[in-house]
Design a protein around this ligand. Sequence first.
Ligand SMILES: Cc1cc2nc3c(=O)[nH]c(=O)nc-3n(C[C@H](O)[C@H](O)[C@H](O)COP(=O)(O)OP(=O)(O)OC[C@H]3O[C@@H](n4cnc5c(N)ncnc54)[C@H](O)[C@@H]3O)c2cc1C
Length: 400
Amino acid sequence: MAIEIIIAKCTGCSLCVKACPFTAIAIVDKKAVIDLDKCNLCAACVPVCKPKAILLRKPEPVSRPTDIKDYKGIWVFIEQKKGKVQSVSYELLGKAQELAKKLQCQVSGVLIGNDVDSQLDDLISQGADNIYLVQAPQLTDFQDEPYTNILVKLIQKYKPEILLCGATAIGRSLISRVAVIIKAGLTADCTGLDIDPKEKILLQTRPAFGGNIMATIISPNYRPQMATVRHKVMQPLSPDKQRKGEIIKESFESSLYASRTKLLDIVEEIEALVNLAEADIIVSGGRGMGGPENFKILKELAHVLGAAVGASRAAVDSGWMPYSHQVGQTGRTVAPKIYIACGISGQIQHLVGMQSSRIIVAINKDPDAPIFKVATYGIVADLFGVIPALTQKFREVFRK
Ligand SMILES: Cc1cc2nc3c(=O)[nH]c(=O)nc-3n(C[C@H](O)[C@H](O)[C@H](O)COP(=O)(O)OP(=O)(O)OC[C@H]3O[C@@H](n4cnc5c(N)ncnc54)[C@H](O)[C@@H]3O)c2cc1C
């Protein structure tokens, strides 16, 4: 799309300046000037321009492929690191099975690597009806080019209807390349996936506009419909060793496995603090904690419970806790067995990072705080009374 001002028609009335939500238009020498770095082509200025001096050229609609009905089944890209399947893949298989019931189709895993056969049974027991397996020494570690080439070839050959991938460093890098090559839509960082009961298409829900709304995005015209989902947002299935699945081995000419980049080393991120994403219990504090010194009572409760300490962005932005503890849209996504939210109001950006927790306990003095809508147990009280009392009680119980 392109936008331009027809200078001869512009009267400099400034109605477009007022209409622009991005402050991208200014009047210079009595004529409107658009700052293209700020303009996002939303077209809000076009209808208000009485002399019709703003020209917005829309691209020709891309013709809809005729063969979308040929695309069948749900695929999950199985992410492996050093040969070990990452837990996000099991979570996605669980979700894929739920979606597949609504579409009455199969769930397939796509596993690319080397010497990864030992985990095929686990993948089948946790939701894969079949697995496309591509193995070669060159594919031991993830590399953008060969993994993209292979996934594209498989998609072109087998035509899946939906492709899910972890919103991890590897997943984000891989799937965006695949989407560009096969010209399909991609919704990143979904927090919810469902099937439209009438149209039978994928409903991809994710925070939008800075997290202020939850948007449900569809890709009705192209296949596969592709989405990434963060670790811990979906729940894996319990293993069922009775499940049977088919392994479909594929190999390609070696030129497809070539990469212009050379992998020198993989450096593990060193986490100095408790790994929030893996913790069974998280005790989280928000602005209601009132100051950094008060996190002491939260840490005491966490210590007694063997829990990790989380924080809302308000607490992190105030400098009370380091960013590595932040839970939410711009922090960690967590799904512990128990999440205890203390002095956290429960804004949507926080909820998207913790609402998959099995049990949510909210302590807040405001009975109308939105956190109570997702809480399993709500305590309407002053946290400075409740937290030390809980710590003492748990201490007594655990001592017994
Ligand atoms: C793009 C974007 C991304 C964001 N990402 C994140 C994110 O990743 N994580 C995140 O958390 N936020 C995020 N936010 C911010 C989010 O919108 C909220 O502002 C934030 O979560 C609020 O934090 P809070 O609940 O601690 O503070 P508040 O909303 O101020 O709530 C404090 C709560 O404490 C309660 N309280 C106060 N004193 C006590 C007491 N003595 N006892 C009991 N209760 C008490 C109050 O009743 C209140 O409900 C993001 C916002 C944007 C726009």
